[in-house]
Structures are given as structure tokens and as C-alpha cells.
Design a protein around this ligand. Structure first.
Ligand code: OSB
Ligand code: MG
Length: 367
């Protein structure tokens, strides 16, 4: 296909409840959508970067800027573009994986819509519905936390993930474990701990957690190896894993035995599938992370989570866990699962009226 134009749409989506992590408190999602206009039709992608560079170095304004000034012009200049060639066309720019992923996803969406093929069929989905978990932010107190967790258990979520940080770990985990009994439970520290906390984190072993996600800074594989040796709870990496090679290396060195896959973090769905395949070969289970996506990004995440080795419930929650109104038809939980969209491309329709009415910036068009 030929890329004729790339549009950047910025909007603000209020969250149904504030989402607090060790890296800050979000009250709204600063959303960046990319629409590619191509010779075979349009495609959409959602950039997963947060408003501020606090989860990774990328942030929404930076992504919009690098797409506008570097990435989109490179695709528009190319004689022929396919989803499979986007990575090579954008390799001249170092890093910026979330920005690149948004573009690659939009190109893939256009390509698959034109072919009448779904993301699930293209990526290799083996099921038509996926098990869902929910990521629960740091609460203002234990009572508030238990009320929120109970509402998710009542809604049917198959796994609870608690955000933890120093000062908010053993006590909330104990209280939630007592509340939910044998329901799957895991924790995510978003890099909030250091090597000095290893003995303390070992105290989580008594709660039978599925895993502890990313306790130390992303570059620090060595301390994750030490922790994996010191505790029984499996260690799972999120922020650290940005390529297939890094995933394989971290697994072989004993730093991680489960991997959280986020297509945005690794540069796109094609690389996400490569990580999935490499982990399968090494006998390492994976699960689908989330970045508070709207239905646009969620649709593709749900398709990815339908691959064989996604054996643990993902952070693929229903639309109403995040938003009162979604940008697509809402994703609704059915017996703890979301249905994999079966329509062409991402399989969802974008509500252009809502995208326009929630806009915080003028649409930027690169041509
Ligand atoms: O670390 O998994 C994370 C949200 C934003 C940034 C990072 C993370 C998260 C979540 C929520 O945990 C996942 C979701 O429900 O989309
Ligand atoms: Mg995480």
C-alpha cells in the first residue's frame, strides 16, 4: 500500500476512578490515536504512552512529536508499505517503540481491513475469548481497596493484580488474600523496590501469589536474578522487556519465569508475537499487559491474548473498568472473559463523533 497521510488525534478520556501506581496518579487518559490514510483504506492505532515519562521514557507529547517529524514522513516517503516492512522503514530512529507500535498497528489495521481478515486470524489466535484479570491501583486505605476488589470479583474477573510499593504491600496483599480466597492474585511494583528489599519481598511468599511483576528498575536484570533465587513467588518482567532478545536473555539468566507482553512497549504486535513464540519455546508462560487503552488498543490486545502461550489472565479488562463511554463498542465481560473481535482489522468501529468531542488538540495531519 501507499501511505497518503498520517493523522494524529489527541483526546482526554476521564477514568471512572483514579488509578494510582508507584509512578503517580492518573485521573484521565491522555489518548493519542493514529489514523493512516492509505491506498487500500484507513487504519487506526492507539499509542500506549502515558502523559508523562514515568512508566518508560516515552510520553504522549514526545510520541506525537516523533511521529509527526520523523516516523510518519518516513512511511509517506516509502514507495510501498506493508505492516511487515514498517519496522525496517523506521529502524533509522532509535527507540521510540510506543510511537512506532502505534504506526505499525494502524498500517496493519488498514492492511487487514482491506483483506477482510481479523487481527486474531493474522496474529495466530487459537481461541475466541480470553480470560480477564484486573489491575487494581493503590487505594487510600484497606477498606476502600477491599470494596473495589470485591466489585471486580463480583463482576467475574478471574485474576486480581494489586499495585504495590514500599509501605503498601504486605498489609493490602494479606487483606485481599483473606477476602478472595483461592482466586488468582498477583502484584506489580513498577520498579519501586531495591536490592535492600529482597528479604522483605520474600515475605510475600506466604500469600501464594501467581507472580511479582517488575520490582526493580528496568535496566537492572541482576537484582531480579537475585530475587528469583531468594523467593518462591515467580518473578515476572514488564518494563525490562523491550525486545525478543532481551526476553530470551532475561529468561536464560534466571531473572524472570513469566513475561508480561505489551505490544506498545516492544514496538508493535509483530515483535509481541516473536516474544510470545520465543517464550513458548522456552516453556515460559506469557500474559497480556495493558496500558489503560481505549477500545481501539484493547481490541488488538484481546486478539494477541488469544495466542496459545497466553496462558495467564491478562490486564484485558472490560471497557467499564476504565471509562464510562469507550471510543468503540464497549468490551463487556462475559463469565470473566472478553470475546476476540472477529471483524476485519481490529474489528471495532471508531466513534468519530466521540473522538472529536473529547479532543484536546487540533488534528495534526502529516502528508
Ligand atoms: O505496569 O502494567 C503496568 C497501567 C499503565 C502503565 C503501566 C501498567 C498499567 C497497569 C494497568 O497495570 C493495566 C490495564 O489495566 O490496562
Ligand atoms: Mg506492570
Amino acid at each position: 500500500m501507499k501511505i497518503q497521510a498520517v493523522e494524529l488525534h489527541r483526546l482526554a478520556m476521564p477514568l471512572v476512578r483514579p488509578f494510582e501506581t508507584s509512578f503517580g496518579r492518573q485521573v484521565a487518559r491522555d489518548v493519542l490515536l493514529v489514523r493512516v490514510r492509505t491506498s487500500v483504506g484507513d487504519g487506526w492505532g492507539e499509542c500506549v504512552a502515558m502523559a508523562d515519562p514515568v512508566y518508560s521514557s516515552e510520553y504522549v507529547e514526545g510520541c506525537a512529536s516523533v511521529i509527526r517529524d520523523y516516523l510518519a514522513p518516513a512511511l509517506i516517503a516509502a514507495r510501498e508499505v506493508t505492516a511487515e516492512s514498517v519496522d525496517a522503514l523506521l529502524r533509522f530512529a532509535i527507540g521510540h517503540r510506543m510511537a512506532k507500535a502505534a504506526l505499525e498497528t494502524a498500517v496493519l489495521d488498514a492492511q487487514l481491513r482491506a483483506e477482510g481478515r481479523s487481527f486474531g486470524a493474522y496474529l495466530g489466535a487459537v481461541r475466541d475469548a480470553v480470560d480477564c484479570g484486573v489491575s487494581v491501583g493503590i487505594a487510600t486505605g484497606i477498606d476502600e481497596l477491599l470494596t473495589e476488589v470485591q466489585s471486580y470479583v463480583d463482576a467475574g474477573y478471574r485474576r486480581i493484580k494489586l499495585k504495590i510499593k514500599p509501605g503498601w504491600d504486605l498489609e493490602p496483599v494479606r487483606a485481599v488474600r483473606e477476602l478472595i480466597g483461592p482466586t488468582l492474585l498477583q502484584v506489580d511494583a513498577n520498579t519501586a523496590y531495591t536490592e535492600a528489599d529482597i528479604a522483605h519481598l520474600g515475605r510475600l511468599d506466604e500469600f501464594g501469589l501467581l507472580l511479582i511483576e517488575q520490582p526493580f528498575v528496568e535496566e537492572d536484570i541482576a537484582t531480579h536474578i537475585l530475587l528469583s533465587r531468594a523467593i518462591e513467588t515467580p518473578v515476572c518482567l514488564d518494563e525490562s522487556i523491550v525486545t525478543t532478545e532481551l526476553a530470551v536473555d532475561a529468561i536464560q539468566r534466571g531473572a524472570t519465569s513469566i513475561i508480561n507482553i505489551k505490544a506498545g512497549r516492544v514496538g508493535g504486535y509483530l515483535e509481541a508475537v516473536r516474544i510470545h513464540d520465543a517464550c513458548a519455546e522456552l516453556g515460559v508462560p506469557v500474559w497480556s499487559g495493558g496500558m489503560l487503552e481505549t477500545g481501539v488498543g484493547r481490541a488488538a490486545n484481546v486478539a494477541l491474548a488469544a495466542l496459545e502461550n497466553f496462558t495467564l489472565p491478562g490486564d484485558t479488562s472490560a471497557s467499564d473498568r476504565y471509562f464510562a463511554e469507550d471510543l468503540t463498542e464497549p468490551f463487556m465481560l462475559d463469565n470473566g472473559q472478553l470475546r476476540v473481535p472477529a471483524g476485519a482489522g481490529s474489528g471495532v468501529d471508531i466513534r468519530l463523533d466521540l473522538v472529536a468531542s473529547l479532543a484536546t488538540r487540533e488534528v495534526v495531519t502529516v502528508r
